[in-house]
Design a protein around this ligand. Structure first.
Ligand code: BES
Ligand code: MN
Ligand code: ZN
Length: 500
């Protein structure tokens, strides 16, 4: 496998070395520029022998094509040209990147018959390729030996060039696309990182690095959180020797008087379950229980890097849910920053405790236009929706509709779930204002009801990303365990509705 070390844009010209990718539309074949850059005759017979029809996403390789200096020419099916939307272009880039193999140089000729490919779509191809080529291989000390199709081993580097009609325009479009891609890759890195390396303090240090992009970063320590009264968050943290942090990020790209929009993330750097301990099988996945915080961090990176014209706050609650002699016990009662008391009947329902204080703090301090929180909150959302939609809960129909729409555009899909008084009642506690678990049924919904008790009337949405942030089936644009889910979605939401 190979990873892309550089991306360049250039005018159509015959390709001299390495691998070349050419697009072929299902009804119309290849464009004229392609035929100038790559001798069509070297392809015709091979494509017919391979039964290549140009169906979207299909590939046909011609290895060491006779009469050319090239290693490989690959025809890439573009399907029906009229169906090529922005995500389809991104997927094509991803499919190409997935087939790079050991090539050290590759060119993609972005040309189709009778249709100009927009600069933004050239950038989408590049973005898709970069997203797909990401691999978390920093702990691999050996490269692949080449005799295995598997990913075992570090990837080799490939220089990628996109040949197109207007390289200057494509390069410009790629600046913003790359900002978003880098935000996604940052989120994936954070999710993939094991918990021995990435605890709350280390996560906070990575967030601090966003200052280089102009993000204002404050890191609250346990002492400051205690002063603020964050008993719910701190109760989770107290079973770990690694102290909790609350990171507050601000990007002020909008007008000074404009209220910010806000994103809040669950950042449990490892979730053992605490005293209500999880079973051993699959517990390693809980290194990814900070997927919400990773998405918020990646989003802040993306917005700052592309200088989004809006004021944004990102807040993440960073704790390790571990278990030592100080760990909280089932039945403990904690007082949240809001003053509401919570009977902790299950120490494994910890994400909502962290978010209760993070949401309240965000709302009180910033009075944001809306709050969207992301959290790998419940196994129940995976039972309900599988791994192809994240659960969306909201007290605001407009915000919910905009989120669903952004999800469709980015293919980070959301499915709206219900909220309601009947569910809220399930949180009533004998001994405190509420308990932290509902009954046996509707576990994702009662978790959302719990969060809603900490947002007052502020427009709010909760995205339960337990099924989509990690371990989701790989896609054209993601082969990594940590997907970075939420960054492209929310970057898109901001871009479409909240920039001046
Ligand atoms: N982090 C888990 C949820 C989770 C499970 C995320 C699997 C990703 C994959 C969360 O803290 C949790 O343990 N939730 C419990 C809640 C229950 C105790 C009410 C759950 O879903 O079982
Ligand atoms: Mn848990
Ligand atoms: Zn958790």
């Amino acid at each position: 496998m190979s990873s892309i070390s550089s991306v360049a844009f250039s005018r159509f010209a015959p390709v001299k070395r390495g691998s070349v990718y050419v697009l072929s539309a299902e009804e119309a074949g290849m464009g004229r520029e392609t035929l100038k850059c790559v001798p069509g005759k070297t392809l015709d017979r091979a494509l017919s022998v391979a039964d290549f029809t140009g169906k979207f996403g299909t590939l046909a390789d011609v290895l060491a094509p006779h009469g050319t200096p090239l290693d490989k020419i690959t025809a890439v099916g573009a399907g029906a040209v009229s169906a090529l939307n922005e995500h389809a272009w991104m997927k094509l880039g991803g499919i190409i990147a997935g087939s790079l193999a050991k090539t050290s140089e590759a060119a993609i000729i972005l040309d189709l018959p009778d249709s100009e490919i927009a600069a933004a779509d050239v950038a989408n191809v590049a973005a898709g390729a970069l997203l797909r080529s990401y691999a978390f291989d920093k702990y691999k000390t050996r490269t692949s030996n080449g005799d295995s199709e598997s990913d075992a081993g570090k990837k080799k580097d490939t220089k990628l060039t996109l040949l197109c009609a207007d390289p200057a325009a494509a390069k410009k479009a790629f600046v913003a696309a790359q900002a978003t891609v880098n935000g996604v890759l940052l989120a994936r890195d954070l999710v993939n990182e094991p918990a021995n390396i990435l605890g709350p303090a280390e996560f906070a240090a990575r967030i601090k690095a966003l200052e280089a992009l102009g993000v204002r970063v404050e890191i609250l320590t346990e002492k400051e959180m205690k002063k603020a009264g964050m008993g719910a968050l701190l109760g989770v943290a107290q079973g770990s020797p690694r102290g909790a942090r609350l990171a507050v990020m601000q990007w002020n790209g909008g007008k000074a008087k404009d209220k910010p929009i806000a994103f809040v993330g669950k950042g449990v750097t490892f979730d053992t379950g605490g005293n209500s301990m999880k079973s051993a099988s699959g517990m390693e996945d809980m290194k990814g229980d900070m997927g919400g915080a990773a998405a918020v961090t990646g989003l802040m990176h993306a917005l700052a890097a592309r200088k989004a014209k809006t004021n944004v706050v990102g807040i993440v609650g960073l704790v390790e849910n571990a278990v030592d002699g100080y760990a909280q016990r089932p039945g403990d009662i904690v007082t949240s920053m809001s003053g509401q008391t919570i009977e902790v009947l299950n120490t494994d329902a910890e994400g909502r405790l962290v978010l209760a204080d993070a949401l309240w703090y965000c709302n009180e301090r910033f009075q944001p236009r809306f709050m969207i929180n992301l959290a790998t909150l419940t196994g129940a959302i995976m039972v309900a929706l599988g791994q192809h939609h994240a659960g969306l809960f909201s007290n605001n129909d407009e915000l919910a509709a905009r989120l669903v729409e952004a999800g469709t555009a980015t293919q980070e899909k959301l499915w709206r779930m219900p909220l309601g008084n009947e569910y809220d009642k399930l949180l009533e506690s004998k001994n405190a204002d509420m308990k932290n678990i509902g009954g046996r049924y509707g576990g994702a919904i009662t978790a959302a009801q719990f969060l809603q008790r900490f947002v007052k009337d502020t427009p709010w949405a909760h995205l339960d990303i337990a099924g989509t942030a990690m371990g989701a089936p790989s896609s054209e644009i993601n082969a990594s365990w940590g997907s970075g889910f939420g960054v492209r979605l929310l970057d898109r939401l901001v871009h479409d509705h909240y920039e001046s």
